[in-house]
Design a protein around this ligand. Structure first.
Ligand SMILES: Cc1ncc(COP(=O)(O)O)c(C=O)c1O
Length: 387
């Protein structure tokens, strides 16, 4: 089988739209599915990377003993202070794929990986701010649930994933980062459709922190369009598992751009609001905050919004939210890892409130960022690596 690497640059200049930067669209770095040695599959873009032996089905059925992986990570860490990619801190980003750390432009992945071909891939996104990971374990736990939900086996343990995330961040030398982890099912032998027994590809990367709508709009306000595209039912794909089946979200966003809005919000099959392409949504009415309870990813940022509300005595509930409630609300806001707590100043061309972030939104947003800067629910990458 000839493995053709494909390449998608994820480092360098970050335009949020180009990246489609919500926690789903920064694209596969890409790495040959082969594990036939460090040199293979490392060629840059549009290269034919070699002829790796096809994977044997059942390969992952026997999970390698933990010490194997630990040793591998240690080996890849290289001499102290010396990134395996060579040179100094990789401020454009660092990718960990198939057991190695490398620069984004060196990361390639097989076009035959069914994560790409079938969208058979789960992921999660966490971040660091001011040098602190935020709710890292909560992200890792959700990632584990997503893997289990998709029957994907992550060969790395919880603790190993923590270390890999920390290592990626440390190697970038950055304090504010966007950190993605994903598992795709792998490459079946030619002609094989059976998804069982493949060797999953684990990819983790850290790049400079991403704002889904650019920093200004994430902080000051963006506009939403209530899409005619229905969010895929959780009965078809359980949206609590963070996954790459996002065609509905992409089509909705295109529709939003056609209507001069910054992004879309989708209703589920029951007609109630679900979520947008990469964020949860909240309405504020009579001082009460409400967010859709079903057919959504249970956002980690949403969890932190709830915590702030409870602490500040702001009534908060998860419930069914009608699309019309957006325009009826005194405030609307959204939440995501790649942007935090983000005000919505217009829906379908109608101004919300006075067209600026509302009082409740601003309060939650300012607590969120000041607490994050101070290490709320935080752990430092260096402390993870020191243990
Ligand atoms: C579909 C969807 N909903 C909600 C969110 C927000 O989740 P979190 O706050 O955990 O980033 C995301 C994040 O990317 C998402 O992709």
């Amino acid at each position: 089988m000839v493995e053709i690497g494909f390449h998608h640059r994820i480092g360098g200049r970050h335009d949020d739209r180009d990246l489609g930067a919500e926690s789903g669209d920064i694209g596969h770095g890409g790495r040959g599915a082969s594990s036939s040695g460090p040199a293979s599959g490392r060629a840059g873009s549009r290269t034919i990377a070699g002829t790796p032996a096809p994977r044997q089905p059942g390969g992952l059925a026997e999970k390698p003993p933990m010490h194997y992986h630990s040793r591998r990570i240690d080996r890849l860490r290289g001499p102290e202070g010396a990134p395996s990619t060579g040179g100094g801190p990789m401020s454009d980003g660092i990718v960990f794929i198939d057991g190695e750390y490398m620069a984004p432009e060196d990361a390639t992945m097989s076009i035959f990986d069914v994560g790409f071909v079938w969208g058979d891939c789960v992921y999660d996104v966490t971040s660091t701010w001011n040098g602190w990971f935020f709710m890292l374990d909560e992200h890792l736990e959700r990632f584990q649930r997503s893997c289990e939900g998709f029957r994907l086996e992550n060969p790395y343990s919880f603790e190993e994933m923590r270390r890999i995330c920390a290592e990626c961040v440390e190697r970038t030398g950055l304090t504010n980062t966007y950190v993605k982890m994903q598992v795709s099912r792998g490459v079946p032998p030619p002609g094989v459709r059976d998804p069982r027994g493949l060797k999953p590809i684990v990819l983790v990367y850290a790049v400079p922190y991403v704002w889904i709508w650019g920093e200004e709009k994430c902080r000051d306000g963006a506009t939403l369009y209530v899409s005619g595209v229905e969010r895929v039912s959780s009965k078809a794909i359980d949206q609590r598992f963070k996954n790459y089946n996002r065609a509905d979200l992409v089509q909705a966003r295109l529709e939003a751009y056609d209507n001069d809005c910054d992004d879309a919000i989708l209703a589920g099959p029951d007609g109630f609001l679900s979520e947008g392409p990469g964020f949860n949504v909240f309405v504020v009415k009579d001082g009460k905050v409400a967010s859709p309870d079903y057919n959504v990813l249970e956002g980690i940022t949403r969890r932190s919004v709830r915590e702030i509300c409870e602490r500040e005595g702001i009534p908060y509930e998860l419930r069914k939210v009608r699309p019309e409630e957006l325009e009826e609300a005194s405030e609307v806001f959204t939440s995501t890892t790649a942007g935090g707590v983000m005000p919505i100043t217009g829906v379908n061309g109608k101004t919300i409130g006075n067209g600026h972030a509302g009082i409740v939104t601003s309060r939650i947003q300012s607590i969120y960022w000041s607490e994050r800067a101070a290490g709320w629910h935080g752990v430092k990458p260096a402390d993870i690596l020191a243990n």
